[in-house]
Design a protein around this ligand. Structure first.
Ligand SMILES: Cc1cc2nc3c(=O)[nH]c(=O)nc-3n(C[C@H](O)[C@H](O)[C@H](O)COP(=O)(O)OP(=O)(O)OC[C@H]3O[C@@H](n4cnc5c(N)ncnc54)[C@H](O)[C@@H]3O)c2cc1C
Length: 368
């Protein structure tokens, strides 16, 4: 008999397992895929660690989370500096002095500030949609070159039909700084994310290729308590309906070249290119291999059977989620954790913080 049956070996399930094992609990992890790690899983191709489910860059302001992961495995000093490709012309991101130079030939922050003020001057009043919001933040040139096509591909809808709140801010910097994130800590596990998850799961029994929902009752009988990190609607047999997601399709190719695009992430911002970005995985780790592996990322409408990547947190889906959340509160022996069970987009650090908070309460309770 186990203390905990953990459904899902992603970061959330693995962090819970790690905390429980530290307290002497016995854990069994069920994973329906043929590998551990959930969406942070990396697989080796040509000695290059390929981020199978999309580029993952660890970035956080939370010092204790940074300490938590870096005490488990070493991290490198990767800094995400994506480049945007619009019809063959390249621009640095996020919007900074390099971008303003590339876009308008401006070389001083004073000129750039004045130009942005002129660009946005005509767009006042409460924006009614994402297009109006973006125009009021950065003006037409930056919006049409770097925001419009990319966002429409991402969401599968014209920006005028998307709500303004999707883009709360478009960070603008008046320095020559291409670091996409402004967090205190940033990097990639030097041995890849799978090594991190392996460390977290040390001491747990793991069954791969095992879907908990295939025999909920039999598996539930194996432990005192369940930690469930799968989709919440599937746990309840979709009884209130399906929660919607945006999905992605990845097209990965090994190229007989040493360096294909010179950067880990290149965004394709024109509408006529069907993918949103090309990832060249070796650049996450400063790779020196003879070949390279690239992945084109195509956003897709989600339908049952496809991987659920991004929750569509609109009113309709959030209302549906609340019904499932109420059901979940009644399941006394089950903890619902992680991005799928909480129907929320979590960056890795947020996923870890959320699990640590729950684990702290849960495991402390168990001590009395
Ligand atoms: C494309 C993309 C890019 C991202 N990039 C970043 C980034 O750069 N930086 C960042 O901080 N975060 C990023 N994230 C977020 C990051 O992926 C999540 O924070 C993290 O994966 C959350 O882990 P999780 O364990 O909650 O979920 P998951 O990783 O989805 O793990 C859930 C696991 O449960 C398993 N499972 C589900 N149902 C069952 C079942 N019934 N039986 C058995 N097993 C089951 C699944 O197979 C999966 O392995 C990105 C997310 C996406 C989608």
């Amino acid at each position: 008999m186990y203390d905990y049956l953990i459904v899902g070996s992603g970061l959330s399930g693995a962090v819970f397992a790690h905390e429980a094992i530290k307290k002497g609990k016995r854990c069994l992890v069920l994973e329906k895929r043929n590998h551990i790690g959930g969406n942070v899983y990396c697989e080796d191709v040509e000695d290059i660690r390929v981020h199978r489910y999309g580029a993952h860059i660890f970035h956080t302001d939370n010092e204790s989370v940074w300490r938590y992961v870096t005490e488990l495995v070493p991290f490198n000093h990767f800094v995400n500096s994506p480049v945007a490709n619009y019809r063959g012309k390249l621009y640095n991101l996020p919007f900074n002095m390099n971008t303003f130079y590339q876009m308008w030939g401006l070389t001083s922050p004073i000129e750039a500030k004045a130009r942005l003020e002129t660009e946005t001057a005509g767009y006042t009043g409460k924006p009614k949609n994402l297009e109006e919001q973006a125009l009021s933040l950065v003006g037409r040139d930056l919006y049409e070159t770097l925001v419009k096509g990319y966002t429409e591909k991402q969401w599968g809808r014209p920006c005028v039909e998307l709500p303004a709140f999707i883009i709360k801010r478009l960070p603008v910097r008046f320095t020559f700084d291409n670091n996409y994130f402004s967090n205190r800590f940033q990097g990639i596990p030097a041995e890849g994310y799978t090594a991190l998850v392996k460390k977290l799961l040390k001491g747990a029994d793991i069954r791969l290729n095992t879907d908990f929902l295939d025999d909920k009752e039999e598996y539930s009988a194996l432990a005192d308590k369940i930690v469930y990190t799968g989709t919440i609607d599937s746990y309840f047999g979709y009884k209130h309906g399906w929660l919607e997601y945006r999905s992605l399709r990845f097209e990965t190719e090994t190229l007989d070249e040493e360096n294909h695009q010179g950067v880990a992430v290149m965004n394709y911002t024109a509408a006529e290119i069907p993918y949103t970005r090309i990832i060249e995985h070796k650049h996450f780790e400063n790779g020196r291999q003879a070949k390279t592996v690239v992945t084109r990322e195509y956003p897709e409408a989600w339908q049952p059977g496809l991987e659920p990547y991004y929750p569509v947190n609109d009113e309709k889906n959030n209302t549906l989620y609340i019904q499932y959340k109420e059901d979940a509160a009644k399941e006394k022996n089950v903890l619902f954790l992680g991005r799928l069970a909480r129907y929320a987009y979590y960056d890795m650090d947020q996923a870890i913080v959320s699990v640590l908070e729950t684990a702290e309460k849960e495991l402390r309770m168990g001590e009395y």
